[in-house]
Every structure is written in structure tokens, then in C-alpha cells.
Design a protein around this ligand. Structure first.
Ligand SMILES: Nc1ncnc2c1ncn2[C@@H]1O[C@H](COP(=O)(O)OP(=O)(O)O)[C@@H](O)[C@H]1O
Ligand SMILES: [Mg+2]
Length: 309
């Protein structure tokens, strides 16, 4: 798959010197749903705003569809739709007019068929003449997406589309996103909900403190998150794992004082009982047993803590 957005060593320091992005490198694949997962203040909005040309980078480059966002701003921006974090709609405006207006902003000729298509896509066609103030919260969010799609962008950025939204509305939003992907739109969404990334993303990027810590296929990431390590500490040092215990899941610690067993917390059988009896049968004596989450899980646990704070 080719990259539709290429971000190279992107840095952003706000006035006063605060570094909100510390050298981000990322390729966004054409047609994928990428979730950028990170706690409040991680730099998600700054990253999106920079790609969309709302804030200027301190250094580094971004290209969209091969167009540099600084040198070739208009061409790059035309390919992008942005749904901002805050709902900012005129309460007395009618749905269809606000969407038409957005299309015009990008120099696209008015096209009733295109507007109808977008409104139908978002199940807003029967609300086209309603005033914004008459709509429910979920409908308003759909209008924001319709506005972002009005000029037929290839890449859609959704900044926290479901923050503070109830479960039903969230699932509704996921369906909308899946429908857009089916139409070939590349989608980047930011979120601080792990479940959201798990539900809809093809790939997940984890961002914290202005750094992109990792980007990985969702399935692989979820697998790793479910893994835990069991450290079986021994009373005496050993040089190798005894033959009777050889397994891909088991390795010797660097100091030879412990066996480290990796297992899946979601598996029906973890294999721990069997392991411990085999350790005893091999004539090894246990000093202690400790379990650890994978480091990735630690990152997520920290997210949750910050969320609760
Ligand atoms: N205009 C600004 N001026 C100074 N600092 C800012 C500005 N906007 C954001 N920041 C800071 O940059 C960091 C990242 O913010 P933001 O990109 O909004 O994070 P997120 O969207 O992940 O919550 C935060 O520490 C925030 O306080
Ligand atoms: Mg934000």
C-alpha cells in the first residue's frame, strides 16, 4: 500500500518554547483507518492542525498526495477534510447551506448532486432544511463530518470524534467511519479511548509527550497488550533452560536466576500450572514468582490513570 500522507521529523514549539511535537515521523497508508491514541496534552491536535495547515511547524515536512503542505498548500489542503475537536456551527444556519458553504471554501463549484451524496452518506438528507439548533448532538457531529467531506477530500481527519459522547452515539460514529473507509477515504482519528482504537482502526499510533511512541497493526498490538510475563525466580543460578522445559514461551533471565514465561492473559489455558509442576519436576527450587504486564500495557495503564485524574 502506498502512503498518502508522509510526515518527516515534524517539530512544533509554541510561543514560549514549549515543544508539543518532538520529531514525528509517520507514513499514513492510502485507504487505512489510523487511530492516534494518546492522553490529553499528548500533541494529537497539534499534529493534526499542523498537517492541515492551521498551525505552522517549527521544522520538518508534511506532504499530502505528494503535495508539500507549505510550498503547495492549496493542492494539499484540497485533499484534506478536517473535523475539529469542538463543535462550531451556526445555530440558525440550515444543514444544507452550511455544507454547501464548506464546499465553496475550497474553490469547488457548487454541485447539488455532490452535496446530496454527502448528506445521504451521513443520513442527514431528511434533515437538510433543519436549522442546526434543532439537531441532536449526534446529528450535529454528522453535520461537522458532512462539512469536512463537502469538497470530496481523499483524507479525513477526525479529532476526538466521540469525546464525551454516549456509547450508542459512539457506535453510530464508528459505523459512519467504516462507511467512509468503504468509499476509499483515508481516515485518521484521534482518541484517548483504547476501545475506540480497538473497534475501528486498521493501525494504531501511540502518542505521548509530543512523541509518536509506536505505530502498529491493530491486531498485533492487541495481541501484545494481552501478554503478560511470569518470572519464576530460582534459589540457585542455572546456565541453560533444562531440556524438559524447552519452549518458545520460556527464556532464561540474563543473570540466570529466573525463568521468564510469556503467556496470553486471554487464552483459555495460560500454561502456568503445568509450567510450575514441570519446574519442580526438573529439580529447580522456587524463591518467588512475579508477574508483569508488557511495557505497552504499562503505557495504557498510565493513560487510564490520567483519564481518571
Ligand atoms: N496555542 C498553544 N500555545 C501553547 N501551548 C499549546 C497551544 N496549543 C496546545 N498547547 C500545548 O501543547 C500540548 C499538546 O496539546 P494538544 O496538541 O492540544 O494535545 P492533545 O490534542 O493530545 O490533547 C499541550 O501541553 C498543550 O497545553
Ligand atoms: Mg486534542
Amino acid at each position: 500500500m502506498t502512503d498518502i500522507v508522509t510526515i518527516k521529523d515534524l517539530r512544533k514549539a509554541y510561543k514560549g518554547g514549549f515543544e508539543a511535537l518532538k520529531g514525528v515521523n509517520l507514513g499514513i497508508r492510502s485507504g487505512e483507518i489510523l487511530a492516534l491514541l494518546g492522553p490529553n496534552g499528548a500533541g494529537k491536535t497539534t499534529l493534526i492542525s499542523t498537517i492541515c495547515g492551521i498551525t505552522t511547524a517549527t521544522s520538518g515536512t508534511v506532504s499530502v498526495g505528494g503535495h508539500d503542505i507549505v510550498r503547495d498548500f492549496r493542492a494539499a489542503r484540497k485533499m484534506i477534510g478536517l473535523v475539529p475537536q469542538e463543535i462550531n456551527l451556526e445555530p440558525f444556519e440550515r444543514v444544507i447551506n452550511t455544507v454547501r458553504f464548506s464546499r465553496g471554501l475550497f474553490g469547488k463549484s457548487s454541485d447539488d448532486a455532490a452535496i446530496e451524496k454527502v448528506l445521504r452518506q451521513l443520513s442527514l438528507w431528511d434533515k437538510k432544511d433543519a436549522q442546526i439548533r434543532e439537531l441532536s448532538g449526534g446529528m450535529k457531529r454528522r453535520v461537522l463530518i458532512a462539512k469536512a467531506l463537502a469538497h470530496d477530500p481523499r483524507v479525513l481527519f477526525l479529532d476526538e470524534p466521540t469525546a464525551g459522547v454516549d456509547v450508542e452515539l459512539r457506535k453510530d460514529m464508528w459505523k459512519v467511519v467504516a462507511g467512509l473507509k468503504a468509499e476509499g477515504v483515508t481516515i485518521i482519528l484521534t482518541t484517548h479511548y483504547i476501545e475506540e482504537a480497538e473497534a475501528i482502526a486498521d493501525r494504531v499510533g501511540i502518542i505521548a509527550g509530543g512523541e509518536l511512541l509506536l505505530v502498529e497493526d491493530k491486531d498485533k498490538l492487541m495481541q501484545r497488550m494481552g501478554q503478560k510475563e511470569l518470572e519464576v525466580q530460582l534459589t540457585a543460578k542455572i546456565d541453560t533452560v533444562p531440556d524438559s522445559l524447552q519452549s518458545d514461551a520460556l527464556r532464561l533471565s540474563d543473570d540466570g536466576m529466573a525463568l521468564i514465561y510469556t503467556y496470553d492473559t486471554r487464552a483459555e489455558r495460560t500454561g502456568i500450572t503445568k509450567l510450575l509442576s514441570e519446574v519442580a519436576a526438573a529439580g529447580l527450587t522456587l524463591r518467588d514468582v512475579v508477574t508483569r504486564q508488557s511495557s505497552l500495557e504499562d503505557i495504557f495503564v498510565n493513560f487510564v490513570k490520567e483519564d481518571a485524574a
